[in-house]
Ligand binder design. Sequence first.
Ligand code: UDP
Length: 232
Amino acid sequence: MKLRWRRALVKLSGELIGGRGGALDAGGLRFYAREVGTARDAGARIALVIGGGNVARGSALPHLPPTAGHTIGILGTLINGVALREALAEAGIPSLLMSALPCPGVAEAVDPWRARAALEEGQIVLFAAGTGNPFVTTDTAAVIRALTVGAEVVLKGSKVDGIYATDPQTDPTTQPLPRLTHREYLTRGLRAMDGAAVAIAADHELPIVVYRADREGSLLCALRGEIGSLIA
Ligand code: UDP
């Protein structure tokens, strides 16, 4: 079946790849490496923005000055990036790790031209360290990197099926919204993706899909446009 999106920026939260409580989860890392490999074999070009919430979030470190807290969160994404690169290598999938925070010897500096060339060669480009700036999250980084490498879509991996109008944990009758505009998403105050990220995507008419990522084959299904909630 044909891919709806050939060049995609996939956002994986730290919780998906790293487990909870800061631990790196070998099973989770291998699972997402396989998912990415399957998508690549189907002809997709995949760049990844990796979250760091399993290690730290600036907003959860109120005892620190905010810039320090966010910097720790940013460093968490780099830890996850190093781990995911190893999981990809173990699965025989070529990848390139780029960091928005200089970290020579560990990751290359973000270079949009090199990233585009690597993508076309079939490498998986991993973007770590978010935007490199405090006070935003990796959702914003995902949109910026998608625009930078010319991705057709941001696919945001989630533990639920998509975007809901009410919380599925407290409202068992709620169903994922199949499609909404960027403006609808923002005016309804929905929380599946950071508002700042959706606002930038709106300015550039970049579609975002929020999809359930923890089932086998789900990344490929999202690339085919078969699952998830579409903001477009
Ligand atoms: N962060 C930041 N700037 C960025 C990206 C991330 O300051 O460009 C910090 C921020 O504190 C954030 C934390 O790093 O909470 C971890 O990122 P995020 O919350 O996006 O991780 P996820 O929830 O996706 O695992």
